[in-house]
Design a protein around this ligand. Structure first.
Ligand SMILES: C[S@@+](CC[C@H](N)C(=O)[O-])C[C@H]1O[C@@H](n2cnc3c(N)ncnc32)[C@H](O)[C@@H]1O
Length: 270
């Protein structure tokens, strides 16, 4: 799905130098979500960036065989400069959701974050005086909204650039009740039954069973899991069946962006 959050012509492959290991692992392999020949385009895109390839292999050694493969493709071909630049733009547009993680100020201006109203979170769940976890916090859309009422919010985020961005915002705004930590949704670094409320937005979806099981594990008995999405233009026609069949209630509204947004919550009974 193309979101067009960025104009890839404004970026270069240098943005790989800001990516965490888990992102490089995700990007530097064959995939089936790209519209085109991903391996050849990646080979062309990285042709003028030998230092980026060196960085990737050092940061994420598991990408070495893929990098070697794409190097061989370009060694055996003569690409025109325009062809190389076109491939670079296409790759960067294809991985735009990762590119914005490297530039949090740009991410904060993406429509689903910029135009979101925090009333949608507070209508879903009462976080007053609660201990809250926000998984995959990003720039902190949900964490900062929750912190206005909650006792304490743990903002869990696997991207270093985004963790630092949130820490800077917390310092600038003198917020005392948000802690920013690393964390991956299928392997959360918390004891069982730690949080009253577990939040996430635009994170759950790759491995529903494992992700929801881990969210339930860290939620206290009688707590809530909440999936609160941002505003966008996509006119969804039904709630996510993967969530409803796993016991989530859904709520919908028309977005200021023109889309139909579904939000979800699940009461955790243990
Ligand atoms: C589309 S952004 C949404 C950010 C924020 N939750 C929001 O809705 O404004 C997805 C976020 O989840 C993080 N993320 C990606 N994979 C993750 C995983 N497996 N576990 C936890 N967080 C993840 C990304 O680093 C990114 O910050």
């Amino acid at each position: 799905m193309a979101y067009n959050w960025i104009d890839s012509k404004d970026y270069t492959m240098d943005c790989f130098l800001l990516f965490d290991r888990w992102i490089l692992r995700w990007i530097l392999k064959e995939n089936d979500w790209y519209d085109g020949d991903y391996v050849v385009d990646m080979s062309k895109a990285l042709w003028h960036y030998p230092y980026v390839k060196t960085f990737c292999v050092n940061k994420a050694p598991e990408t070495k065989s893929f990098i070697e493969k794409i190097e061989r493709i370009s060694l055996n071909n003569q690409w025109a400069d325009k062809e190389l630049k076109d491939a670079e733009n296409k790759i960067l547009q294809g991985i735009e959701t990762f590119v914005v993680y490297a530039y949090p100020e740009i991410m904060e201006q993406v429509n689903y974050i910029r135009n979101w109203d925090e009333k949608y979170l507070h209508e879903l769940v009462d976080v007053a005086d609660k201990v809250v976890l926000d998984i995959g916090s990003g720039t902190g859309r949900l964490a900062f909204a929750a912190a206005k009422k909650a006792k304490r919010v743990y903002a869990s985020e696997p991207c270093d650039t985004l963790r630092e961005y949130m820490r800077d915002k917390i310092k600038a705004q003198a917020i005392l009740n948000i802690k920013v930590l690393d964390g991956e949704i299928m392997c959360l670094p918390y004891e069982d039954s730690t949080f009253d409320v577990v939040l996430s937005g635009h994170v759950v979806g790759d491995f529903y069973d494992a992700e929801i099981a881990e969210m339930e594990r860290v939620t206290k008995p009688n707590g809530w899991i909440v999936i609160c999405n941002g505003e966008d233009e996509f006119k969804r026609t039904a709630p996510n069946a993967e969530l409803t069949k796993r016991g989530f209630e859904w709520f919908s509204h028309e977005s200021v962006e023109g889309g139909i947004i579904y939000n979800y919550r699940k009461h955790v009974v243990k």
